[in-house]
Write a new protein. Structure first.
Length: 441
């Protein structure tokens, strides 16, 4: 019998009340559980676009299971990458950092911004999208020194561009802090372009299924990007920006707009300027470079064990969803999360509670009661709860975040796992603690 079987308790939980003897043990805790779950009820986390209303050996199976076989490496670099660079002269330090990672022939660099709240997501991006394809022209640009110090522990290339307080705070889409961070990204991208570096700008909530470089075929285009659910609309979260006079002037105008209106969005600004100036650009195939709406939501691709394969997918953006916590949960349900923090996947001592909800309808009240009961029992038994697949009105099965705020669950009931956890667990019983995927903190 495997360790996971020995440590797992399977129960049947219904929407009816718990037995009186169990309720006696719950007392105030049960009441607290009900209040918290009630507070989070029916908070749907799919965002509407405002324009329209490492994995190392232990997890390498994920690529073959979900992505397909890896492509040959096309953009290698033998340069040593900087672990942590922070000069008193910021411009000089940033230029040195770019030079140390850039591809020696074409000066291309993959740039991704990271702040203190997203180091784990940056690690996940690095392990799922950079390591498998040997892309060593990667540089993370940090908005807070703590982020680079943390990434240094795992030998990730990082430069501290600013050390502003905004870089130490989490920020949701279109919030004041979010827009401030995007304006900082505009600034350092402008610097890189002005020094002659071709930039592949990526958000860290992205997964490469294949090496994307061979798909940039419009050599006279200033920009090649994925779109964001709107035809011919540039997605600033994944775009190749070629260094030339046109793109330098484009980013100068973007900075001027941000200075004039700090609440303007970089993605909105770049689309307006590109169309106004008739700058030549290309939107990549939406079947290959897929936003979160088209990859996850429209085809109801929610769980790795039932998801329709996407052999044509090259890059997927985990957007069209609100909050970092919900994005991480979505990644986990699709086996696209590989960061093994504190033995999340690899622990052999953790004890689990798994339950089947007897309610197969979309009855909100019954499902909520069953969930509260299961959470309460897991608290009493000191076990980690494996969340079930829920049933929703629009389709048969739906993920937990379609009905509840994941961030509330993280705050009050952190001992839980996604519904496909045991599929991921089978590949993670051994862990190399020198790797990103086995982070201890």
């Amino acid at each position: 019998m495997s360790a996971v079987s020995e440590n797992t308790l399977y129960i049947m939980v219904t929407g009816s009340g718990l037995a009186e003897s169990v309720m006696m043990q719950l007392q105030k805790k049960a009441v607290f559980l009900m209040v918290v779950l009630g507070f989070a009820l029916t908070m749907y986390e799919i965002r509407l676009n405002p324009q329209t209303s490492g994995y190392l050996k232990s997890r390498r199976y994920v690529q073959h299971l979900v992505y397909g076989a890896p492509d040959p490496v096309e953009e290698p670099s033998d340069n040593n990458v900087p672990l942590y660079i922070n000069r008193a002269n910021k411009a000089q330090g940033f230029r040195e950092a770019l030079q140390s990672v850039a591809h020696p022939q074409n000066k291309s660099v993959i740039l991704a911004m990271v702040d203190a709240g997203y180091v784990d997501m940056a690690m996940n991006f690095y392990e799922t999208s950079i390591v498998p394809f040997g892309l060593s022209n990667m540089l993370f640009v940090s908005l807070h020194s703590d982020s680079c110090l943390e990434m240094q522990r795992y030998n990730l290339p990082c430069f501290t561009y600013s050390n502003d307080s905004v870089g130490g705070r989490d920020s949701n889409y279109m919030s004041k802090d979010f827009l401030g961070k995007m304006n900082i990204r505009t600034s350092f991208t402008y610097s890189a372009l002005s020094w002659g570096y071709t930039i592949l700008q990526v958000d860290i909530d992205i997964v490469f299924f294949h090496n994307p470089y061979s798909y940039f075929t419009c050599k006279d285009c200033a920009i090649e990007s994925m779109q964001d659910g709107i035809k011919n609309y540039i997605n600033a979260g994944f775009m190749l920006i070629r260094a030339n006079k046109t793109t330098v002037q484009l980013y100068m105008e973007m900075m001027a707009r941000a200075l004039q209106n700090p609440m303007s969005e970089d993605q909105g600004n770049i689309n307006k300027i590109v169309h106004k100036r008739h700058i030549k650009y290309r939107v990549l195939s939406s079947n290959q470079f897929v936003c979160g709406l088209d990859y996850f939501e429209k085809p109801k691709r929610y769980f790795a064990d039932t998801a329709k394969p996407c052999p044509e997918c090259v890059v997927v953006h985990n957007n069209w969803i609100v909050s970092k916590q919900a994005k991480v949960y979505r990644f986990k349900e699709m086996l696209q999360w590989v960061v093994d923090v504190k033995g999340y996947y690899s622990s052999t001592s953790e004890r689990y509670l798994m339950y089947n909800d007897s309610n197969t309808t979309s009855d909100d009240t019954m499902q909520k009661r069953a969930l509260i009961n299961a959470l309460a029992i897991s608290q009493i038994l000191n076990r980690t709860l494996i969340l079930p697949k829920l049933h929703c009105t629009k389709h048969a099965e739906c993920p937990f975040n379609s009905r509840y705020y994941i961030r509330h669950l993280d705050q009050y009931f952190p001992r839980y796992r996604e519904s496909v956890f045991f599929v991921a667990y089978q590949s993670s019983t051994k862990c190399n603690h020198k790797s990103v995927t086995c982070a201890e903190n």
